[in-house]
Design a protein around this ligand. Structure first.
Ligand code: FES
Ligand code: MG
Length: 600
């Protein structure tokens, strides 16, 4: 993007070095020949029309994003109408529930492959078709690294789920249904029916899980068109947003408006505040920190504590609240939330958006349409709704989502008048989900309401990828006795759809020798939310003895695929976004590293 050309914007389109390079006629012919073979013409490819990629994440393997196969037609229409040439291509599928051992293992793989595609092919800009949990960060991370103009198009949530007159939300209903099954209140058939009711249409999870969170934050960052994130997948407005995103990306290429112009530190801090107000997923800090690192923007867990913790919860969506995706959209979606925070001075209104306007220009007049679903700042669902970042001898950092601490949990664990934010309990330690599933109802463990459940060996290196297994249910006998949840701690993650107030994302993880590796069943743990500490109450000499006996970390299963092995060698811990550490030095490569060499 360095050669001068006034035909379009200030720079010559990078795709023209493939298709219109008088200095290298043989290669030009070689490149043209194959792209002509499906019907494009020389005139089109040698024109000043930008070539726009449509990074297709939808497929039969990725049902959450599958509707993008339909939406892509409207994206193409928009690109054509604005004067661009659409080129659609598949990217490595990532489906959150179907991919074993975890979709999180594939986020960095998808990132890596998309960097190669965006950089190595004749693309001037791209539409990122985002949706299911890891697809959104994978796409934004790659767009940050390559730094060609890029716009995200959300596939949108599914329609609301209903069962016997009540809303059933994706994921959230599973955590509830398995308690009902464990308590014997429903049979297995009823269990499946209840869960299936939550997924009535195409689209991503209709709760405020990681998908709704990351799509909302993508809009708040400025990387998607204002108002586009929350539109349910089957709505006509979703098709219109697809068309408009196609128009917008061509304008972005003409203006040379790149991810680095949009994803600034101010934009990330805005997204952190919006995350608190929407009751966003505990996966958000991992993904947002990862995107920021690839963008070269400083962003740490301290920023989540400092900028997010004091923001109130406004969005009444499951799991923290009652409603679902359709309600969120009808109540005003992301614009309603951003408008409310902006007018209170909680956001930086100067942040630039993909459409060339500032956040303030886009949202100054956005209003809440239904205050049952989105609350005004004067009547929030909860004050101080952000994530609490904890530390101590169990880990250097872990996060807890304050907005999902239930009244019954609060009454049981956080009601000591002398010390209202602290509790102690006896640790029950599971090495991985297999041991947890096999032993949670084992009476010899003598699990009672004063226990904390701990799971380890399930972080980014240990699992590998980091498993969503920390929200463990209490033993069936305790549930029947009315104790519906025990405090949980782990070096894995938790589904954003879970309402469990677990302490998650502990880093460093036990597999690399973090503090959790030293813990033993029966040790006492003290959590103090006010001081933001989490410690095992074990004498230092004893910890030292255990450390010497440990080796590198707790034992974890051997890798089963080549990528699992590679991933373990190159991936960092959660606070740094669990990115491929050596990839961070490759920034803005379309500008900084020149064009790739010719293919022949
Ligand atoms: Fe794909 Fe929830 S499983 S969005
Ligand atoms: Mg998940």
């Amino acid at each position: 993007m360095t050669e001068q050309n006034t035909e379009i914007g200030a720079t010559r389109l990078r795709s023209r070095s493939w298709f219109d390079n008088p200095g290298n006629p043989d290669m030009t012919a070689l490149y043209l020949e194959r792209y002509l073979s499906f019907g494009l013409s020389v005139a089109e490819l040698q024109s000043d029309r930008p070539i726009i990629g449509i990074a297709q994440t939808g497929s039969d393997l990725a049902p959450c994003n599958r509707h993008h196969l339909v939406l892509a037609d409207r994206v193409r229409d928009g690109i054509r109408d604005a004067g661009g040439i659409p080129i659609e291509f598949p990217i490595h599928p990532i489906q959150e529930t179907g991919k074993r051992p975890t979709a999180a293992l594939d986020r960095n793989l998808s990132y890596l492959s998309l960097v190669e595609v965006l950089y190595g092919y004749p693309l001037d800009g791209t539409v990122l078709t985002v949706g299911c949990d890891k697809t959104t960060p994978a796409c934004l991370m790659a767009a940050a690294t390559v730094n060609i103009p890029a716009i995200a198009l959300s596939v949108g949530p599914m329609l609301n789920g209903w069962f016997k007159g009540e809303r059933t939300g994706s994921g959230t209903i599973i955590w509830k249904a398995r308690e009902l099954l464990a308590a014997g209140e429903i049979d297995y058939r009823g269990f499946i029916e209840l869960i299936a009711s939550s997924a009535p249409s195409t689209g991503y999870c209709n709760t405020m899980g990681t998908a709704t969170t990351m799509n909302s934050l993508t809009e708040a960052l400025g990387m998607a068109l204002p108002g586009s994130a929350a539109i349910p997948a089957p709505y006509r407005d979703r098709q219109q947003a697809a068309y408009e995103s196609g128009l917008a990306i061509v304008e972005m290429v003409k203006a040379d408006r790149k991810p680095s112009d949009i994803m600034t530190r101010a934009a990330f801090l805005n997204a952190i505040r919006v995350n608190s107000a929407i009751g966003g997923s505990t996966n958000a800090p991992i993904h947002l920190n990862a995107i920021a690192r690839h963008m070269g923007v400083e962003l740490t867990l301290d920023d989540w504590q400092d900028h997010g913790a004091g923001v109130p919860l406004l969005v009444n969506l499951q799991p923290a609240g009652e409603y679902l995706g359709e309600d969120y959209y009808r109540a005003g979606g992301v614009p309603a939330v951003v408008g409310e925070l902006l007018r209170a001075g909680l956001l930086d209104g100067d942040a630039l958006f993909c459409n060339g306007k500032t956040l303030a220009e886009n949202y100054a007049h956005a209003t809440i349409e239904d205050t049952r679903v989105i609350k005004p700042l004067t009547e929030p669902l909860l004050d101080n709704a952000g994530l609490t970042v904890l530390s101590g001898n169990l880990f250097e950092s872990a996060v807890m989502k304050s907005s999902v601490i239930s009244d019954s949990f609060r009454a049981r664990y956080l009601s000591n008048p002398d010390d209202p934010e602290a509790f102690e309990g006896r640790a029950i330690v599971f090495d991985g989900p297999e041991e947890y599933h096999a032993r949670i109802d084992d009476p010899t463990l003598e699990i009672d309401e004063n226990c904390l459940l701990v799971i380890r060996g399930v972080g980014p290196i240990g699992y590998p990828g980091g498993a969503e297994v920390v929200n463990m249910r209490a033993p069936a006998a305790l549930i029947r006795a009315g104790v519906d949840a025990l405090p949980c701690i782990g070096d894995g993650r938790q589904s954003g759809t879970s309402g469990s107030p677990s302490i998650l994302n502990a880093a460093p993880e036990a597999a690399v020798g973090g503090g959790l590796a030293l813990l033993q069943t029966g040790d006492r743990i003290r959590i103090d939310l006010k001081r933001r500490t989490a410690n095992m109450l074990v004498p230092e000499e004893e910890l030292q003895r255990r450390r010497e006996a440990l080796g590198v970390g707790v034992d974890v299963p051997a890798p089963q695929t080549p990528w699992q092995e590679l991933h373990r060698k190159i991936t960092g811990q959660y606070p740094g976004g669990a990115v491929i550490e050596s990839a961070v030095q490759y920034q803005r490569i379309a500008q900084e590293r020149g064009l790739p060499r010719d293919s022949h």
